[in-house]
Design a protein around this ligand. Structure first.
Ligand SMILES: [Zn+2]
Length: 475
């Protein structure tokens, strides 16, 4: 299936990959390709979203671009410098940055290494894209490099009702990007496999939209083996197999890294990346630990949030979609939860947002705040445990486990409640959220009480803390 078919046909295609990671990377990749192909203005993009793209429009657009840069043996692959020391690795690593050989780095992963050790030559491109945009450099140790987004960053995309609308809704309008990206006049727009970046610092304002959307961090090569396989990523039979890749990292730094920030490289406005702006620079939002759940940051992803000495900004693509005012926003939040070189877990959540988002932001934040408030209450209700002279680690563990359960359950509850965000008033939504979340907090708390009913000091401390969960809600 080609990009042309996806964009111009009325058929309702679905992407089907074995791994959410690949699915997410494919959506990013297709939307980025559509951006450089159509280069729409906000007005044009709105029309594409409402009326689709005709074959004629597609053909006219493709006439205008140099398609040679998208050929199989060249796309996103810059050639190795002479005498460079080439590192290689199994293709498995390009799915989530999984270390092979059953090391601790695969902890929390959904897949076994054997589930993805041979892929077809087509899937190489999405894995290569995934490497450059989504995988943390640390996953590859000293031969790893950090890409333009920072690696391990959370991705937020607009989810359409099918692949076509999803791809178009995540296509970047060039005038909208220009308004916010602060690029230099004459910023370089050639792809990096045409002209790799040079110097120690890759200044954001010198990187044009096309160049940045496919920015590289490695010179790369995929040896193609002349043997048949069933691709572990897409599931199709292929005449050719790829099982390894070779890489040489770029030596300069993007503004997404400490070196880059220190050298004032600046943050390149990657359209699918929510970010935190701090005094010392801009950071891509990352999932913090394996018990992190996306609902806690939902308000920030949609409208932004001021926190102490920092402000969280939604990804450009979400701001753009709000400007387009097309209809309801279904928000896809995805990414891996990475800790240094390890992948601890993953995020792939879908949220339904009201059609007139700016009017209804209060509804969403009301629900999210209800969750945060109940979480805080549950936390306080356990605090008496720390005053009974027991080992802090022991009682801390009891609390931690309960908090994790709450945060995980709240993910389901909040996603469910937000499905009604168009139909219910703010007050009713919030009320529903408070009730359900409070019920869950009580249930979790009672289960802990029951477990320790024969441990008198512990049980008494829990009874003392319990009332916090029974107080009426703040707002
Ligand atoms: Zn494949």
């Amino acid at each position: 299936m080609s990009l042309k078919t996806i964009l111009t046909s009325e058929h309702d295609y679905q992407l089907q990959y074995y791994f959410d990671e690949t699915q997410l990377a494919m959506l990013q990749l297709l939307a980025s390709l559509t951006t450089v192909l159509l280069k729409p203005t906000v007005v044009e993009l709105k029309s594409y979203l409402q009326h689709g793209v005709t074959e004629q429009q597609y053909d006219e657009a493709i006439e205008k671009i140099a398609t040679k840069w998208f050929e199989d043996d060249c796309f996103m692959q810059s050639t190795f410098p002479v005498e460079a020391k080439i590192a290689d690795g199994p293709i498995t690593k390009l799915i989530s940055g999984i270390e092979c050989g059953g090391s601790a780095n695969a902890l929390g992963l959904f897949s076994e290494v054997e589930q993805a050790d041979a892929v077809c030559a087509d899937c190489v491109h999405v894995l290569n894209y995934n490497l450059h945009m989504n995988i943390k450099g640390e996953c590859f140790g000293p031969t790893g490099a950090t890409g333009i987004r920072g690696g391990g960053a959370i991705t937020t995309l607009v989810a359409g009702k099918n692949v076509k609308t999803t791809v178009l809704a995540n296509t970047v309008a060039i005038d909208f990007f220009e308004t916010f990206a602060n690029l230099d006049e004459g910023a370089e727009s050639r792809y990096m496999w045409d002209l790799p970046p040079s110097g120690d610092v890759y200044f954001a304002q010198k990187i044009g939209l096309e160049r940045g959307l496919f920015a590289l961090a490695y010179h790369i090569n995929f040896p193609i083996e002349d043997k048949k396989c069933v691709c572990d990523v897409c599931g199709y039979s292929s005449e050719y197999t790829v099982t390894t890749f070779q890489r040489v990292k770029y030596t300069g730094s993007y503004g997404s890294t400490k070196n880059g920030r220190d050298a004032h490289a600046g943050w390149w406005l990657h359209p699918y990346t929510p970010r935190t702006e701090k005094e010392d620079g801009t950071y891509a939002v990352c999932a913090r630990n394996q018990h992190w759940q996306s609902w806690q940051e939902l308000t920030a992803y949609v409208v932004g949030k001021e926190v102490e000495k920092a402000s969280v900004k939604p990804a450009l693509i979400i701001d753009q979609y709000r400007k387009l005012l097309i209809g309801r926003l279904d928000l896809l939040v995805g990414g891996n939860i990475a800790d240094q070189g390890s992948i601890l877990g993953r995020v792939y959540d879908l949220y339904s947002m009201p059609s007139s988002l700016s009017k209804n932001v209060g509804r969403i934040s009301g629900v999210v705040d209800a969750g945060l408030e109940q979480k805080e209450r549950l936390s306080i209700s356990f605090n008496k445990l720390f005053g009974i002279g027991y080992d802090k680690k022991f009682v801390g563990g009891i609390k931690e486990q309960a908090m994790q359960r709450f945060t995980a359950n709240a993910q389901q509850i909040i996603q469910q409640i937000l499905l009604d965000v168009d139909r219910k008033e703010a007050q009713a939504l919030r009320q529903g959220a408070v009730e359900k979340l409070n019920q869950d907090a009580k249930k979790i708390f009672t289960a802990v009480q029951r477990k320790y009913q024969h441990d008198l000091p512990l049980f008494k401390a829990l009874v003392k803390g319990e009332h916090v969960l029974y107080q009426p809600s703040n707002k």
